[in-house]
Ligand binder design. Structure first.
Ligand code: B12
Length: 299
């Protein structure tokens, strides 16, 4: 047995985490060639959700019956009906590097050029990481399915709103990697200026604990009614105290793309917008955890 295989079998959680972190640190795809070859993402966070976690069945009620369970993801891609107890969803968070975040903090109407470059060039890195993990697991004899790249994955309009049948953030929530927010974005221990990914495998990995008491726990607005910074940051008025209007957000994202196409000859692909992800208290941390309850004389 190769050293790698032995290490994978002995401590799968630590092994996969190390692989993800070292791949992102070394990958040539994790570089902004237009910005001194600086990294797109900082060190990832990694967590694991159990395929048998009942929360995946709850998502059929919370999101809709179209949302797939890990077992359905696996079956759709491989034709094999693997018992949920044997499945793990590997989840990772890719925090956006601080100079790129800084560049977006000053923006008020549209993303900075650096942010837009990071958005476009993050796609090849994310695909390279997905392929690296898939090859690694397949070579070790395990099944591995990247749901968002499998034939059964769909994004579609439901009641006029863009959605999908596999929400990566709901898998991250199951893996204890964060909670949602007023802006709908996910706030992780490294904040909400991030992108993320998931992979379903029949390699059994102990799940990471989910400690949040509710799905909005990390958002200051839901903790104590304060903050509202994402409302102020959104350039299109898509975020209000009632939440995030996805149709307005999407229309704004499409408009950004058109603006960049007109301004920069040959611009291809998404620009993001993500002003709600920067210059907010949850940009790179969980703000609720940083606010300790008052104690003692000043309580
Ligand atoms: C469709 C889509 C969009 C749509 C709709 C977004 C949405 N919120 O659903 C539009 C075009 C508006 C959009 C915009 C953006 N997107 Co987008 N998008 C997706 C995509 C492809 C699917 C999302 C999906 O399936 N949503 C399902 C619905 C049900 O999710 P939801 O409505 O947010 O969920 C709510 C309910 O479930 C509710 N809820 C109610 N009760 C309960 C109970 C429990 C227990 C739980 C857990 C939840 C829950 O809480 C949630 C929040 O309110 C994902 C990739 C993927 N496959 O996951 C990326 C993704 C969500 N997008 C992402 C990003 C980065 C963006 C943008 C910032 C633009 C950009 N790319 O730069 C904006 C802003 C996003 C925002 N504010 O949410 C990232 C997330 C980053 C983050 N920090 O959260 C993702 C994960 C892509 C990725 N792989 O990195 N996106």
């Amino acid at each position: 047995m190769s050293d790698n295989l032995a290490a994978l079998r002995q401590g799968p959680a630590a092994f996969i985490e190390r692989e993800i972190k070292s791949f992102v640190a070394k990958a040539t795809e994790n570089r902004l060639t237009a910005f001194n070859n600086e990294p797109i993402f900082e060190e990832p966070l990694v967590g694991y959700a159990a395929g048998a976690d009942p929360i995946f069945s709850d998502y059929k009620r919370i999101i809709g019956p179209h949302h797939l369970t890990p077992q359905e993801v696996m079956e759709g891609a491989t034709g094999q009906r693997v018992p949920p107890e044997s499945l793990t969803v590997i989840c990772w968070v890719l925090p956006i590097e601080q100079e790129t975040r800084r560049a977006n903090r000053q923006q008020t109407k549209e993303p900075s050029l650096r942010w837009a470059h990071a958005r476009v060039h993050s796609d090849p890195l994310m695909d390279a990481l997905r392929k690296h993990l898939t090859d690694l697991l397949n070579n070790a004899g395990y099944l591995a399915v990247v749901s968002v790249r499998s034939p059964s994955f769909k994004t579609f309009d439901l009641n006029g709103v863009r959605t999908s049948n596999w929400s990566e953030r709901h898998a991250l929530y199951a893996a204890g990697l964060g909670t949602f927010s007023l802006a709908d974005t996910m706030i992780t221990p490294k904040g909400m200026a991030m992108r993320c990914g998931t992979l379903t495998t029949n390699l059994e990995i102990p799940p990471t604990p989910r400690t949040a008491k509710h799905h909005m726990e990390n958002c200051l607005f839901f903790a104590d009614g304060s903050c509202r910074r994402c409302i102020e940051r959104c350039p299109s008025g898509a975020i209000t105290e009632k939440g995030h209007n996805k149709a307005i957000c999407r229309a704004n994202l499409l408009r950004m793309k058109e603006i960049f196409k007109e301004r920069y000859a040959g611009w291809e692909g998404e620009t993001g917008c993500a002003l709600c992800q920067t210059a907010v208290p949850c940009e790179s941390a969980i703000p609720v955890k940083e606010r300790q309850p008052a104690t003692g004389a000043n309580a």
